[in-house]
Design a protein around this ligand. Sequence first.
Ligand SMILES: [Zn+2]
Length: 458
Amino acid sequence: MDQSRKRTQSNGLPKWAKGVVIGGASLVILGAMLLPDDAPPQGYYTHVLGQAYPTEISVTTDLSALEATTSNELKWVEHTVAGGETLSTIFDQMDLGYSNLLNMLASDENAKFLEHNLRPNKTLLFGLDKDGQLAQLKYDGKMLGGSKYQSDDVITITRTGRSTYTSNIDRPEYEYTVNFYEGTVVEGGMFFLGAGYAAGLNKSQLDEISDKAFAWDIDFAKDIQIGDSFRVLVQEKWSDGEFKGLGEVLAIEFDNYGTTLTAIKAENGGFYDEKGRAMQKAFLRAPLDFRRVSSNFNPRRLHPVTGQVRPHRGTDYVAPVGTDIWSVGSGIVYKSAYNQYNGNYVFIRHNDTYVTKYLHLSKRLVSQGDRVEQGDVIGRLGGTGRVTGPHLHYEFVVNGVHQNPRTVDLPKAISLEDEDLTNYLKLAKERVAQLQAFDKLHEDEDNSGSLVNSALPM
Ligand SMILES: [Zn+2]
C-alpha cells in the first residue's frame, strides 16, 4: 500500500486523480456515476478499483468490554445516537461517504439490522484509518434486542475491500443464575425509575420492563401510582466464580392501579403473558418516551386560554420542546397540517376503527398519505396553536368517539401457537413458581427481621 502510494505521488497529478492512472479511467468514471454525492476520498485510489485487498485490521477482539476491543492502529470516534438520527445522517455528519454506507448495508446483514434498529442513546464506535476512512464499526447488542443479539454481544463490522464488509459477533461466555428483585413506588417523584434503581436494578433491566414488557399496557408517564410495586426475576452473570453483573429480565409481576400484570420472556426473546399472548400489541400506551415527561403535571379542566370549563378530550404530556413524538401504531397519515387551534398537528388512521391525533407540534415529520409503523417519529413536541405552554395533546379515537387512551380496550394480542405455546406455558409456570418462592422467602425474612437486599426505601 505504501509502495503504490509512493509511486503515484511522483507523477504530479492531484492526489485523488492519481488513482485514475492506477485504476483505469473507465472504472473511476463508473464509480463516480454510481456515487454522485461523494467527493473522492483521499488516499482511496491507491488501490485498484474493484479488487479486494486483505485488511490489515484484526477482526479478533477481546470480549471483556467494548472499549477494550478497540485496535490501536485506528482512530476511534464515539458517537451517541440522538433522536431522529439514522446511519445515513451519522455518516453524513462524520463525512464517511454515503456510498460507503450503501456498500456496507449491501454487503452485511448485521449492518442492515443495525440500520433498522438504531435507537437514541445507542453508542457506536467508528474506527477510522489514517486517511479518515471507516475501517471498523463496533457496537454492543444492547437495545437491539430480540432473539438476534444479547446485550453483551459486541458486533464488529470490518471493511475488507473496496466495497465489501464483513462482521462478527463476540458473545462472552457466562454462567447464569437467577435472582429476585422487588420494588415499590414511594413518594419522591422519580416514580418507576426511582423505585427500580432503589431495588438494585439498572438501566438495562428497567428499559426492558418499560419498553419491551409493558409499553403497550402501562403509560409510564401517567399511570404509575404511589404504592405500585413490582417483582422481577433477573439473570445474574458469572464468570470463573466472579459476579459480572445483571443480565436479562426473565419475568415480571407489576401491580399497577390495583391490577397485577405478568410478563414472562419466551425463548424467542419477546415477552408474553401467562396465557402466551404477546405483550406487544397494536398500540403503544404513550406516544412519547416517559423519561422525558414532567411527572408533576396535572391536566387542568379549565381551558388555560379561554378560561372556560370544557371537557378535555385527550391526554396532555408536558416534556421539553423537540421531544420525539411516536405513532402509537402502524397506519396512514391522513392529516398533517397547521391551524390556529391545533398548531402543527398529525392525525393517523390505523384502520376503520382507530384514529390517533397529535397536536401542538413544533415540527411535523410526516406528510399526508405517508405510511407509518408503530414507534416511528412523526413530529416533535412543541407549543404551536392555542396553548399556554409547550405540551403534546394526544387523542385516541375509537369509531369516531374520543376514548381515554389509558383505559380503552385495545385489540387482542397475537398468541404463541402449537409447540411454541406448549414450551412457553411450561416455562411460564416455572417462572411464576420462582417468583412466588422468592417472594415468600423475602416475606419470611421480613417477618424474622433479617436483612433483605431489595425493596430499599428511596
Ligand atoms: Zn390537551
